[in-house]
Write a protein that binds this ligand. Sequence first.
Ligand SMILES: [Cu+2]
Length: 470
Amino acid sequence: MNSRRNFLLGAGTAAVAATSVSKVAMAALPEIVSQISPDTMQPLIPNSGRPYNPVVTLNGWTLPWRMNKGVKEFHLVAEPVVREMAPGMKAHLWGYNGQSPGPTIEVVEGDRVRIFVTNRLPEHTSVHWHGQRLPNGMDGVSGLTQKSIQPGKTFVYEFVARRAGSFMYHPHADEMTQMAMGMMGFWVTHPKAKHPLIDEVNRDFCFLLNAYDVDPGSYTPKIMTMLDFNLWSWNSRIFPGIDTLNVRQHDKVRIRIGNLTMTNHPIHLHGHEFSVTGTDGGPIPKSARWPEVTTDVAVGQMRQIEFVADEEGDWAFHCHKSHHTMNAMGHDVPTMLGVDHQGILEKINNLVPDYMAMGERGMAEMGEMEMPLPDNTIPMMTGQGPFGGIEMGGMFSVLKVRKNQKPGDYKDPGWFKHPPHTTAFEYGGALTEPVRAPMGNEKAAQAEAQKTQKTPSIELQVRKPMKHIH
Ligand SMILES: [Cu+2]
């Protein structure tokens, strides 16, 4: 099959065909293509059907198809997968075709699409095509619009991709379990001709926001968690495992983001203003767009942002909830600011040799210290940049804008080399004393204050509750 061969050449990656499907079945079903690597794959240039400008899925890939009498045929396999969330941490998830999220599906407005879905999970499933106009019986809601797909069975979905835009797919069967386990994927329907509200861009990225609750040292997400997740991820990757978005200076860039977590994510880009040009409901009229540097992506929503990358540099791109740029272990630690650990540390160390006091000067020291971590666990704040620790985790990446990034080149260009005298620097002169209110007569001031107050002043100690709601 041509598409697969080209996919292999283009992506330079290992793909495997399943051996468990018989020759007879293979004749009827499109070949199963799986992905082993969590790397960002090159865009899949279409070699059949209508032409389009392909997207790049962050730490993901696009599913090849075959043309069968004018119908685009895809084969999705729902199955348990092992996803590397960052180097040093793997999660046992459920996904499609070897990865979580599943592969991106790219089609063109007006395409007739046939998707074979094979279930290799231990329980039934279904696939809902979020945002699509389609016949009701193809909407994928178990029990409501179809029988669920039992383990070992293959179902066929078929519809015309009527509307251009950004969509998602995910199960609509035991959703709580299957989405907590990572079953989801991106879908892009490209416009078939020049569209007044869909601009042509040089780079078109997409990813899904997802979240997991994996106890440090373990591999399987806790599926009953409703709000208190400890891994906030983009396409089931956490910083420093999320690839950077590498573009050429002055490129027009589109980023498509879908949210399948249990909370909203204000996605923030440094150094540029962008417009929200579309949602999963379609393109936004030009008169209704305004400039932003942060846009909130609520649960079950998608946002397309667009901007011209005209400022060279390494620009942070992240969720603005500070707990979402942090990995496991950072959420249930008591506030220790100002607590003097001197002396106590030695005594505790006699009892617990690995004990480390933390947080008396803030949490940044956590990023530096080599704390013993359970296996398969990433530090809560980590990552090294050219100037030291980046102290991030979770939903964080970098937009790298370079003059000499070649068109079509998505390789990481390395850290930005700042022109001389353009970085913040340490002041080397003398510090003058700031002017302050007169000191030394607090006693007299307090007595004066008490004369005019009915109640004596009380010192309050406020302690933050242990559990955070995100
Ligand atoms: Cu967030």
